[in-house]
Design a protein around this ligand. Structure first.
Ligand code: PMP
Length: 400
């Protein structure tokens, strides 16, 4: 063996690469708007008080560290899926297969492996644009990445005609990846009427739906309200996978808590599906980690703590909304920016797709120590009352 001479240097990850650069920057007013991780109003990571309480209670129980089953903590999965499928849950639970996953990315990974092993079509349609890692995960599993139109840069809103037309023109039974709520990176979600139109096309074409739900609670501040898409597809018996993450809504980023679920046609099909899912998990990582799922299960199963948690999520969502309003208001009212900034408050969830060009983004980082992804996406969670004016002034200068 002559060493890894054939291994080329790979590019840094567009998002985690930003965090590394940010860390090295010693400028006191630096701002990281790259990574989608919630920060409190002092710019600090936020461990939810409900999570702290659950952890303390779990510690008191002196639990062991035995292996979980391959599909993870079943009771956690039941609570997680009940929360995502809402009122539809009871009518589908006997043909729903669920497995605890290594956060949302792990759920996507299981989906990708299942598709590549068992799904007849290898074409997956993703929104243009989408979260950068979607392409990585699905192309790694050998799937062909296709795009459907989603964002209209002129209106800074949804290109619903383009989206419906592209999904209609895709071959029958294609896989369609949809963001269940709080679309990343655009912050643009379909309205209920538009979701109904998407459902119609998906059903006409016999497409398979992969719902990525990484932000339940972050779109509206209300868990139930964010389940519209999940309930719509499930109640119409669209064959689907759902990938849930508790990274954002429980702030369990590094604990890697997620849930993969598959809505099958019958209990018998569910049993066959589950047997193959276990085989896949066994060969991939054997079984998922215990700690984070214990925290999530504890909160989900304890009524008081669950109510507290819902309030904390609402608090995070509200802080984000108030930062959107502050940023827009300073740009428009104080600085008299000529650009329209209405989209900052129209868009929802953790991100805003600002419309800043790659050159403007480069100037922001070089001259102002403000870091964001090249596509102009900013994580609103990185903004606070102390840095919003500095940010607005910098944006105003680079766009004037
Ligand atoms: N999907 C989308 C659209 C996301 O934005 C994210 C988080 N950035 C994920 C999935 C998964 O994240 P995690 O693996 O941390 O749960």
């Amino acid at each position: 063996f002559q060493g890894w001479a054939n291994v080329p240097m790979g590019p840094p990850d567009p998002i985690f690469g930003i965090s590394e650069t940010f860390k090295k920057d010693s400028f006191p007013k630096k701002i990281n708007l790259g990574v989608g991780a919630y920060r409190d109003d002092t710019g600090k990571p936020y461990v939810l008080p409900s999570v702290r309480t659950a952890e303390a209670e779990i510690l008191k129980q002196d639990l062991d560290k035995e292996y979980l089953p391959m599909t993870g903590d079943n009771s956690f999965c039941e609570e997680a899926t009940r929360m995502a499928y809402g009122d539809v849950y009871d009518s589908i639970s006997n043909r729903l297969v669920a497995a605890q996953s290594v956060s949302g990315t792990g759920a996507l990974l299981l989906s990708s492996r299942f598709f590549s092993k068992f799904y007849p079509s290898k074409d997956i349609y993703i929104s243009n644009p989408t979260w950068g890692n979607h392409k990585n995960v699905f192309s790694n599993a050998g799937l062909n990445i296709k795009e459907y139109r989603y964002y209209n840069p002129i209106t800074k809103g949804l290109d619903i005609e383009g989206m419906l037309s592209d999904l209609s023109q895709a071959p029958n039974s294609s896989i369609v990846l949809l963001h269940a709520c709080a679309h990343n990176p655009t912050g643009v979600d379909p309205t209920h009427a538009q979701w109904n139109d998407i459902l119609r096309v998906v059903r006409d074409k016999g497409h398979f739906v992969l719902l990525d739900m990484a932000y339940q609670g972050f779109a509206s501040g209300d868990f139930a309200r964010d389940t519209y898409a999940t309930q719509l597809f499930a109640s119409n018996n669209v064959p689907m996978f759902l990938c849930q993450s508790f990274a954002k809504n429980m702030g369990l980023y590094g604990e890697r808590v997620g849930c993969f679920s598959s809505l099958t046609a019958s209990p018998e099909e569910a049993a066959r599906f589950e047997s193959q899912l276990k085989i896949l998990v066994r060969a991939s990582y054997s079984n998922p980690p215990v700690h984070g799922a214990r925290i999530a299960r504890f909160i989900l199963k304890n009524n008081d703590l669950r109510a507290q948690w819902a309030g904390e999520v609402k608090g995070m969502a509200s802080r984000i909304i108030s930062m959107r309003q502050a940023l827009r208001s300073i740009l428009e009212n104080d600085l008299k920016s000529k650009h329209g900034w209405k989209h900052i408050t129209d868009q929802i969830g953790m991100f805003c797709y600002t419309g800043l060009t790659p050159e403007q983004v480069a100037t922001l980082s070089r001259d102002y120590h403000i870091y964001l992804t090249k596509n102009g996406r900013i994580s609103i969670a990185g903004i606070n009352t102390s840095n919003v004016r500095y940010l607005a002034e910098a944006i105003h200068t680079v766009t004037s």
